[in-house]
Design a protein around this ligand. Structure first.
Ligand code: GDP
Ligand code: MG
Length: 438
């Protein structure tokens, strides 16, 4: 799936200290391929990766964050932008507000009509009415009646009528009489776009002049969804898109492409067959879902807030020259502590969430380490090599720890230093520190 592919492509960046033209090119190639595999339109994938490249190039990689995490954030933000940036509400100001539901057969129009009525009733204090405008399948009328009963919303039907325009008009009159303030008109779809269906729904649009036309599309249909969206939009000039069946093993491609092809916002997503399985569409959350990489975005954001870039640069230099000492070590610990609890941090790392939950993570994990470092003289902190046996004894006594603990810290410090030297640029510092046990 898309998220796994992206995850793999980001791995290419591992071990790179700065985002450069060369290491970004490989990753972007993978990102583009992943998008294409997920049925994202070729042109969109291309534009998208170019935008990501522009943002990524020349970005300083914070010490606390690995380059691929920076890339994840950039890709995430671009995805969010591509899907419209923010949520867009439906227009229900008029009384009554007329909402017309369009889409292919089986896309989920009738189910969505029920869900929307339910949401407006329970969460927005509205008095909706459902209108059975699918005149071709008797079962469709019954389906809507069952849903209406379930959620306690009136359903307007005209048994035997084959005229959706008349049904819609009569329904609106009835709604006004009953004091309903939103009229949701469910319509008939076909298995594919055809003239008859388009003519019919265009006629309903013309007759009732809806405040909101929502195009319902099955998110499992991939690239087809985009083509269908385009055809419907050309005829109806709809106001928003509803992506259904997002609970299944869906490809994220549809959500990505539709917005940029028809330039209309996605407003809702359906996530199940039940009446409450409807969510307002949030571009940022959808990007999370597509990336599927845990809450890595907030991890990066928090790191950006807390880490002093200047200090990070200085540290990086020291690491390169292998001058990293206990003073730096201490300041790193303090930086990490500023970022929040260890458990919180660890749980934001993709794949770690579940594993961490049950683990006993001690937020005071660094206390012992700090105490030991505080008991060192400035000289010892700057030149750990001079810490001999008698100094170790003094430090242990001063910090209220044991010689074994002091030895362990010194050894861990040396190990960390070695790892840093090997890594060359020190970007794994946070991870190395977080992995240490006092
Ligand atoms: P219509 O022909 O466009 O009116 O489509 P329906 O509303 O009758 O839905 C077709 C099928 O898809 C039904 O079996 C629904 O239960 C199912 N369905 C609709 N929306 C969703 C959804 O968000 N998730 C899942 N899993 N199934 C859905
Ligand atoms: Mg239907």
């Amino acid at each position: 799936n898309l998220s796994e592919k992206l995850e793999r492509s980001f791995k290419l960046l591992k071990g790179q200290g700065k985002i450069t033209e060369i290491n970004v090119a490989e990753t972007l190639k993978e990102v583009r391929r992943a998008l294409l595999d997920a049925d994202v339109n070729f042109k969109i994938a291309k534009t998208f990766t170019e935008a990501v490249k522009e943002k990524a190039l020349g970005q300083d990689v914070l010490t606390a964050v690995k380059p691929q995490q920076m890339m994840v954030k950039i890709v995430h933000d671009e995805l969010t932008d591509l899907m419209g940036g923010v949520s867009t509400d439906i227009n229900i100001k008029a009384n009554p507000s007329i909402i017309l539901i369009a889409g292919l057969q089986g896309s989920g129009k009738t189910t969505f009509s029920g869900k929307l009525a339910n949401l407006l009733k329970t969460k927005r204090g509205k008095k909706p009415m459902l209108v059975a405008g699918d005149v071709y399948r008797p079962a469709a009328i019954n389906q809507l009646q069952v849903l209406g009963e379930q959620i306690g919303v009136p359903v307007f039907t005209q048994e035997g009528s084959k005229n959706p325009v008349q049904i819609a008009k009569d329904a609106i009159r009835d709604a006004k009489q009953k004091g309903c303030d939103v009229v949701i008109i469910d319509t008939a779809g076909r298995l594919a776009v055809d003239e008859e269906m388009m003519n019919e729904i265009s006629a309903v649009k013309k007759a009732v002049d809806p405040h909101e036309i929502l195009f319902v599309v099955d998110s499992m249909t991939g690239q087809d969804a985009v083509n269908t969206a385009k055809e419907f939009n050309d005829r109806l000039d709809f106001d928003g898109v509803v992506l259904t069946k997002l609970d299944g093993d869906t490809r994220g491609g549809a959500a990505l492409s539709i917005r940029s092809v028809v330039n209309k916002p996605i407003k809702f997503v359906g996530t199940g067959e039940k009446m409450d399985a409807l969510d307002v569409f949030h571009p940022s959350r959808m990007a999370d879902r597509i990336l599927g990489m845990g809450d890595i975005v907030s991890l990066v954001e928090r790191a950006q807030e807390q880490f002093d870039a200047e200090e990070a640069r200085k540290l990086q230099k020291k690491l390169q020259k292998n001058q990293f000492d206990f003073n730096d070590f201490l300041s790193q610990i303090q930086q990490i502590k500023k970022m929040g609890s260890l458990k919180d941090l660890a749980s934001m790392i993709p794949g770690m969430g579940k594993a961490i939950k049950d683990m006993d993570f001690d937020d005071d994990a660094f206390k012992g380490i700090e105490a030991i470092i505080f008991s060192m003289t400035p000289d010892e902190r700057a030149n750990p090599a001079i810490i001999n046996g008698s100094r170790r004894k003094r430090i242990a006594a001063g910090s209220g720890t044991s010689i074994q603990e002091v030895n362990r810290l010194l050894k861990q410090f040396e190990d960390t230093r070695k790892i840093m030297k090997m890594a060359g640029q020190g970007k794994n510092l946070t991870r190395a520190l977080a992995g240490m046990q006092p």
